[in-house]
Design a protein around this ligand. Structure first.
Ligand SMILES: Cc1cc2nc3c(=O)[nH]c(=O)nc-3n(C[C@H](O)[C@H](O)[C@H](O)COP(=O)(O)OP(=O)(O)OC[C@H]3O[C@@H](n4cnc5c(N)ncnc54)[C@H](O)[C@@H]3O)c2cc1C
Length: 332
């Protein structure tokens, strides 16, 4: 595959709209394309792509390949794999990047296996090695306690990128770009699993994985009320979202969908405020990519203080109201 060239971003579309992860991937992809002096392409797979193709150009893509088919309405690896195998064969990218989303988590390793290459999952940073022209992928290891740089020699190199780890390009409404239909005859006979029902998660405000500020509470909150009062108030002022460690979810104080960690959501906001959270490795593996971690905990020995850039030792009932008042003054 010596002639493989260019970066191919696997974009995500929902109801004709480009999901924020795609703009982030195009941000990471543009940097790689610039380092290689090659083209940045994006493939959009859905039943109806609509204006999302143009949005991908505004977000930095030079070329957008559009694959539309009613069978691609819901993600299924049986159908998406057919598209991606053909895309890699016909477009010969050097690098394929996807989001560390339910789609990318499922698709990237399957595609890598089919192609006989490897996939580096959950990356925080991607860069090109100037000598080898191979992509170096930085990702958390040991439950978020360290970072390691991985590379692979099989081409195309495949990586998934954590949400909020990459910065989108500044939108350029005047950017030139091509929208190219990419037709794939989906073989329905190869589809083994069918989506019978989709349940839409109702989210008031910003989704946890899209928020640039997350205020999370742990077992130390003592019950459900602070999640809808104190933590929600601070999150609202910061135009962010409320998260939680696992015990509040297990205790049904909050919905499982806001759990951060190994078995919850993996996020990388600009600001992560951990309140009454001890900082277990399982929790940190979901938030260690945050740009700035702030901790409020009454135990000065809590592990979270080893992970946080700023920390306050004290009872949240005393610290949080004062902190929120100050933040309110600063942002208004
Ligand atoms: C396979 C596996 C997967 C897991 N996945 C996850 C996961 O995805 N996410 C996750 O979070 N956990 C996960 N866990 C659980 C994890 O090991 C920890 O048990 C959990 O993260 C602890 O949550 P916590 O910090 O809220 O609670 P604790 O460890 O009990 O800590 C509570 C903290 O609150 C502080 N505190 C108490 N009262 C106050 C107060 N009034 N003011 C200020 N501070 C106070 C205490 O000092 C303490 O540090 C997993 C575990 C396993 C085995």
């Amino acid at each position: 595959m010596a002639d493989n060239k260019g970066i191919l971003v696997v974009g995500e579309v929902m109801e004709g709209k480009l999901l924020p992860i795609t703009a982030e991937l195009l941000g990471a992809g543009k940097k790689l394309a610039g380092e290689l002096g090659e083209t940045l392409s994006c493939i959009l797979i859905s039943d109806k792509v609509g204006d999302a193709a143009k949005a991908a150009i505004v977000a930095g893509a030079d070329k957008v390949y559009v694959t539309e088919d009613p069978q691609l309405k819901d993600y299924s690896n049986d159908t998406y794999m057919q598209v991606m195998e053909k895309a890699v064969k016909d477009l010969s990218p050097r690098i394929v990047i996807m989001g560390q989303t339910p789609v990318g988590r499922d698709l990237a390793p399957r595609l890598a296996f089919r192609l006989g290459v490897s996939a580096t999952m959950d990356c925080l940073e991607l860069a090109i090695d100037p000598a080898s022209k191979l992509m170096n992928c930085t990702r958390p290891v040991y439950g978020g306690n360290a970072r390691a740089v991985f590379t692979s020699e099989g081409i195309p190199q495949i990586a998934t990128v954590r949400t909020k780890a990459a910065t989108p390009n500044a939108p350029d409404p005047g950017k030139a770009g091509e929208v190219i239909p990419f037709t794939v005859a989906i073989d329905a006979g190869k589809v083994k699993a069918k989506v019978l029902q989709t349940v839409k998660e109702e989210v008031a405000g910003i989704k946890l994985e899209d928020a640039s500020a997350v205020v999370s509470g742990g077992r130390g909150m003592g019950g459900p009320e602070p999640f809808t009062k104190e933590l929600a108030e601070l999150a609202k002022i910061l135009k962010g979202a409320v998260g939680a460690s696992r015990p509040p979810c297990d205790n049904k104080w909050v919905a499982d969908s806001i759990q951060v960690g190994l078995t919850g959501k993996i996020i990388a906001p600009e600001l992560y405020i951990a309140v009454g959270i001890s900082g277990s490795s399982q929790h940190m593996s979901g938030c260690s990519g945050s740009k700035c971690i702030v901790a409020i905990n009454k135990d000065p020995e809590a592990n979270i203080f080893k992970e946080a850039r700023f920390g306050v030792v004290g009872d949240w009932k005393v610290v949080l109201p004062a902190f929120t008042t100050k933040v309110k003054e600063l942002v208004q």
